[in-house]
Design a protein around this ligand. Structure first.
Ligand SMILES: NC(=O)c1ccc[n+]([C@@H]2O[C@H](COP(=O)([O-])OP(=O)(O)OC[C@H]3O[C@@H](n4cnc5c(N)ncnc54)[C@H](O)[C@@H]3O)[C@@H](O)[C@H]2O)c1
Ligand SMILES: O=C(O)C1=N[C@H](C(=O)O)CCC1
Length: 254
């Protein structure tokens, strides 16, 4: 590719390149006319391969226990980052904000779900939350997933809880007095979240709302990891012009 054409090309490195998502990202970047895959890094590889290759944007799909070290390295080395790895608590997000405060002009996008349909599911659920006294989340994933509940379900619960609080809704009704531990799922900001793991699944979530005489179910299904790629590429194209931390994909959607 000639220099002038390369000038408009985004040089991309992938962390977790050997994983289920990382491999998909490598394919997507390879197929993008405005991007060049310049580094593929997995466990045991040196992160310096990213800067040695001149990566401008790094995409991280690794594991919750290493993502913070990877992200700190990217920030310290002035490399924009698009992070899909889950496990981001409020504390971790505040830590990332602190790192970026000393790096004006550097962008980081962290999204629990890059699937456009999943983002819409969360938007629809946030819109509906104020109108229903009951709500529960059922997320379903493949059995090789390390974390539970999913980052998507955790993010959805936060959004719903905030919408309920803004509407002045109290606790969801629940008379449970005798529970086998775990039977009612995890309690995330007052929203019960249930995690299903089964072979044959990829990534699926239902939000079940209920009120007198009716229920509303909002469901999204990812059957193939390619479904996350439009959102990942959107973030790669946007991150360099979005200094600071961008949380979730919503701010990038028209
Ligand atoms: N945001 C989203 O849209 C989205 C979608 C799918 C998965 N995820 C999340 O992405 C993460 C990865 O999911 P997956 O299914 O690809 O997992 P995976 O286990 O298939 O892939 C993780 C990869 O990271 C590698 N790795 C581990 N430590 C590393 C390190 N220090 N440096 C570089 N690479 C390292 C592993 O060897 C592996 O190849 C999970 O947290 C998952 O929840 C997010
Ligand atoms: O396959 C996974 O792992 C997924 N992780 C994200 C989450 O935890 O929400 C997104 C969906 C798929």
């Amino acid at each position: 590719m000639t220099d002038e054409r390369e000038q408009g090309t985004i040089r991309v490195g992938v962390l977790g390149a050997g994983g289920r998502m990382g491999a998909e990202v490598c394919k997507a970047v390879d197929g993008a006319a405005d991007m060049k895959l310049v580094a593929t890094v997995d466990q045991g590889d040196a992160l310096s391969e990213l800067t040695d290759a001149g990566a401008q944007v790094v995409v991280d799909f690794t594991t919750p226990d290493v993502v913070m070290d990877n992200l700190r390295w990217c920030v310290d080395h002035g490399v924009h980052a698009v992070v899909g790895t889950t496990g981001f608590t409020e504390q971790r997000l505040d830590q990332v904000r602190g790192w970026l405060a000393g790096k004006p002009g550097l962008g980081v996008v962290i999204a629990p779900n890059f699937g456009i349909g999943a983002v819409l599911m969360m938007q629809f659920a946030t819109r509906a939350a104020r109108y229903f006294e009951s709500v529960e989340i059922i997320e379903q994933h493949h059995p090789r997933k390390l974390d539970a509940p999913s980052g998507t379900a955790t993010h959805t619960a936060r959004l719903i809880a905030a919408a309920r609080a803004e509407a002045g809704l109290g606790p969801v009704p629940d008379a449970t007095a005798d529970e086998v531990p775990g039977a009612r799922g995890a309690d995330l900001d007052g929203v019960r979240v249930h995690a299903v793991r089964a072979t044959g699944l990829v990534a699926h979530q239902e939000v079940l709302f209920g009120t007198t005489g009716e229920t509303l179910t909002i469901r999204h299904d990812s059957y193939d990891r390619v479904s996350f790629m439009p959102g990942v590429l959107l973030a790669v194209r946007a991150v360099r012009s979005r200094p600071g931390l961008t949380l979730a994909l919503d701010p990038l959607l028209d």
